[in-house]
Ligand binder design. Structure first.
Ligand SMILES: Nc1ncnc2c1ncn2[C@@H]1O[C@H](COP(=O)(O)OP(=O)(O)OP(=O)(O)O)[C@@H](O)[C@H]1O
Ligand SMILES: [Mg+2]
Length: 449
């Protein structure tokens, strides 16, 4: 009796195995095709490459004419026709725990800093839905970035999502580093997506430093990694941020860069035969952007404040990625090449930048002071050409006179050294002094540290 049953079990096991194992039949560019296994889109599969590194992790990206299309999270060196493809039965999950703090992870959430494994029984799905809209707390509190131009002129709320738009080399990464070191958020999650490998070490060692690293988790998928890794690195980072948000914490998600994420999506879209739309971007880019960006923000437990960098070529804000992102986020910070060239750092162009929630998270006197300073700056900008050529005569326009008188104080307020931290109360006191106002204590005490 027993032997009879055994035989059936054995047969059943074999059938399962056959079902969940396939074989590579074609490799073209970044796309791998296999006959079998039975798997769903998004499922993680293991490709066994005895003549390569042993195992390559890949994901099902398409199912077409009985063929499974896969893309790898890592280099596909050594892959051959006939290699076994084994379905895992699960989509990409990230092992999460508090032990992630201070660690550097790859696209799949595996440690890549050589500091040992992180074993955690708890897995978060890399691809997840945003919290339901009605469960999201309203954003009422400020978060400090330690950067005067932001905390003073472009106040951000806990759970707000802002874009940092700039051309190349204008100071996006440096600014993110300053925020990571100085913010009063509980935890930083830093996503370095598609950055040059050399810059990653620079960022960790110089921009972040040891004390910044200790309260950060870094997810790195450098520019030379396959597009799927760059794409999933973004999701993995977001999942890690979600884990800390679920602990009731205020998380700072620093994401560099959304443009490289979008380009990875474009590479994948084109490889699986999607039609290119605007500037070669395929429909999946426009589809994936809100899915990524809506996951940050508040939930019913904690918050993820997001700063996302966007590369704008030739300062073209209507470029498809910039345009799409701007419509989703709650504000944009624009870095100006002119300011950077004048060594005005951080090169934030206050007048063209906007934080949509600033009025909601600031008190009335603070708002008034900010409005007044913005007007002084606008008046100065309008008259700047005249002033520079000496064509403006003092006394001819009181508003411009005032703008000129306050000019230096405003510049000193906005310019800040990379290693200089400004607390929220220092920032607001200076802001108020420039505007000849006094922010009442009860208003100041609303803004933690
Ligand atoms: N706050 C700052 N103070 C002084 N110099 C700065 C500052 N920010 C940026 N720089 C200068 O600008 C250079 C480029 O900065 P950064 O790498 O942050 O720019 P980026 O916008 O991230 O560039 P990329 O587009 O290449 O990623 C730095 O190497 C530095 O020389
Ligand atoms: Mg950079």
């Amino acid at each position: 009796m027993e032997t009879l049953l055994d035989k059936y079990i054995e047969t059943a096991e074999e059938v399962e195995t056959i079902k969940y194992v396939g074989h590579v039949i074609k490799v073209q560019g970044i796309l791998i095709e296999s006959l079998g296994p039975s798997a769903v889109i998004g499922e993680v599969c293991r490709i066994e490459v005895p003549r390569g590194k042993g195992v390559i992790q890949a994901e099902v990206v398409g199912l077409s004419n009985g063929i499974v299309q896969l893309m790898a999270y890592e280099d596909i060196e050594g892959i051959e026709i006939g290699n076994r493809v084994v379905a895992s039965g699960a989509a990409l999950g990230v092992a999460v725990s508090n032990k992630l703090l201070g660690r550097v992870l790859d696209a799949m959430g595996r440690p890549s800093d050589g500091k040992g494994e992180i074993d955690s029984p708890l897995q978060y799905p890399a691809i997840a839905s945003p919290p339901p809209p009605l469960s999201r707390r309203r954003i009422k509190e400020r978060i400090a970035t330690g950067v005067r131009a932001i905390d003073g002129m472009l106040a951000a709320g806990r759970g707000q999502r802002l874009g940092i738009f700039a051309g190349s080399g204008v100071g996006k990464s440096t600014l993110l580093g300053m925020i990571a070191r100085n913010t009063n958020a509980d935890v930083n999650v830093v996503a370095l997506i598609g950055e040059r490998g050399r810059e990653v070490n620079d960022f960790i060692e110089n921009d972040l430093g040891p004390e910044g690293l200790a309260r950060s988790v870094i997810i790195v998928t450098p520019s030379n990694s396959p597009p799927l890794a760059r794409l999933r690195g973004a999701y993995t980072a977001t999942a890690v941020a979600e884990y800390f948000r679920d602990q009731g914490l205020d998380v700072m998600l620093l994401f560099d860069s959304v443009t490289r994420f979008a380009r990875a999506q474009r590479e994948i879209g084109l490889a699986i035969g999607e039609p290119p739309a605007t500037r070669g971007y395929t429909p999946s880019m426009f589809d994936s952007m809100p899915k990524l960006l809506e996951r940050s923000g508040t939930s019913d437990r904690g918050s993820i404040t997001g700063f996302y960098t966007i590369l704008v070529d030739g300062d073209d804000m209507d470029e498809p990625v910039a345009d799409t992102v701007r419509g989703i986020l709650d504000g944009h910070i624009i870095l100006s090449r002119d300011l950077a060239q004048r060594y005005h750092y951080p090169a934030i162009d206050v007048l063209t930048s906007i934080s949509r929630l600033a009025p909601a998270v600031s008190g009335p006197v603070t708002n008034k002071a900010v409005g007044y300073i913005r007007r002084l700056m606008a008046d100065y900008a309008a008259a700047e050409d005249l002033i520079n050529v000496g064509a403006y005569r003092t006394g001819s326009n009181p508003a411009i006179d005032q703008a000129i008188a306050k000019r230096e104080a405003i510049e000193n307020f906005l310019v800040q050294n990379v290693d200089e931290k400004s607390t929220m109360s220092e920032t607001l006191k200076t802001l108020a002094a420039i505007a000849d106002m006094q922010i009442p204590d009860e208003e100041l005490s609303r803004y933690r540290a």
